[in-house]
Write a protein that binds this ligand. Structure first.
Ligand SMILES: Cc1ncc(COP(=O)(O)O)c(C=O)c1O
Length: 371
């Protein structure tokens, strides 16, 4: 049996009429650039997240660059960011001439190690980029306590964290809505994924909102009058129309992911050597990615591939060992937890349309490998 790591086609086939109507509606109106669907999606997304303002941009990566620029994460400012994350969480700072100060991770939760972050604060530290990976947000209480005590700006990378929640100051809040600016990616594999590139930024601060809106169209709020040197980064109207269709089904999609994750955990828990990321009590997770930590990871991935089962590795190389970041001066051994997790972690297929028999097939193959 072939089990693809990810496919969008099952979802498209199941709801073809709705997706086709959404796309052809935009074509018929011809409002391709910041059209009506963008404004509607921004309203619906803000309401879903409990954010005051939501602004659609072209990708999660652009959202990070724009957020970093506006918050002043540039020109030598030191910014705390994890070494174990997707490249864009850190490149956004480096691109603007800021100094990424990398932080190790917690071996159990796979979140940023906030004690390590606190040790790396200096008088030049200007901000922090907590990244909410895989299933649960970084402890935002810990991040906000650290940020408040050192006067740091907080850019939340919630690219993977659609609908995850964090307990902060006694209240549950959606990941991404807690810091000064939060960003989301709608890369197709995401819990809320577009059919192409798309991203979103949120904030509760009116001044930041106005700046973000202006930055996404070359720093202008009145046509051809440029207050800032901004970007060209707009959420595409066709993608907004697709996202509106998918937003309506978020609850059932998340429930389907939860049941697949529970199925995996139940079937794989008995296999000696397999470990699972620890779930924390101050967060309400969403199973965006289902990871296991395993011995002989590369051999297992090759074995599954031979059987037609797709897997993925998030992330094979921590950022301090990436060639382009050599100038930061880190060496192998500097972040021992991240280096170990990069050798052990393996992501299994998970998407709402994945069938029970496919999950069984993956689990049986893993059991056979370790027998
Ligand atoms: C943690 C993280 N940050 C940033 C991004 C960048 O988002 P995009 O691919 O939409 O540019 C991604 C995802 O793809 C991500 O997983």
């Amino acid at each position: 049996m072939q089990v693809p790591f990810y496919t969008s086609t099952r979802e498209y086939k199941a709801h073809k009429a709705e997706f086709d109507a959404a796309v052809s509606g935009v074509m018929a109106r011809g409002d391709f650039i910041l059209g009506g669907e963008v404004a509607e999606f921004e309203k619906e997304a803000a309401a879903y997240l409990g954010a005051t303002y939501a602004i659609g941009v072209a990708s999660g990566t652009d959202a990070l660059v724009i957020g970093a620029d506006i918050l002043g994460f540039r020109d030598g400012a030191e910014i705390l960011t994890p070494t174990f994350t997707f490249f864009a969480s850190t490149s956004c700072v480096a691109r603007l001439g800021g100094k990424p100060v990398l932080v190790d991770m917690d071996a159990e939760t796979l979140e940023m190690d906030l004690a390590d972050a606190a040790r790396r604060v200096t008088r030049n530290t200007k901000g922090i980029i907590p990244v909410h990976l895989f299933v649960q947000p970084t402890s935002m209480q810990g991040v906000m306590d650290l940020a408040r005590s050192h006067g740091l700006a907080v850019l939340e990378d919630a690219a993977e964290a659609w609908s995850m929640e964090s307990l902060v100051d006694g209240a549950w809040r959606k990941a991404g809505t807690i810091g000064d600016i939060g960003i989301y990616s709608f890369f197709p594999t995401k819990t809320l994924g577009a059919y192409g590139d798309a991203g979103l930024m949120v904030t509760d601060d009116e001044e930041l909102y106005r700046k973000i809106k202006s930055y996404r169209i070359h720093g202008s709020s009145v046509k051809y009058h440029h207050d800032y040197i901004g970007y060209n980064s707009r959420l595409d109207t066709i993608q907004a129309a697709i996202l509106r269709v998918k937003l309506q089904r978020t609850t059932e999609a998340i429930a389907a992911r939860a049941s697949i994750a529970a199925h995996y955990t139940e079937r794989l828990s008995g296999i000696p050597g397999i470990r699972f990321p620890k779930l924390t009590t101050d967060s309400r997770g969403v199973s965006y990615v289902y990871n296991i930590l395993v011995p002989k990871r590369d051999e297992l991935a090759a074995f599954l591939k031979e059987k037609g089962i797709g897997t993925s590795i998030y992330y094979p190389i921590p950022l301090h060992l990436q060639k382009c970041f050599a100038y930061l001066g880190y060496r192998e051994g500097d972040f021992p937890v991240a280096e170990r997790i990069c050798r052990e972690i393996l992501a299994l297929p998970i998407y709402p349309e994945l069938r029970d028999d496919e999950v069984e097939c993956v689990c049986e193959a893993i059991a056979a490998f370790y027998k």
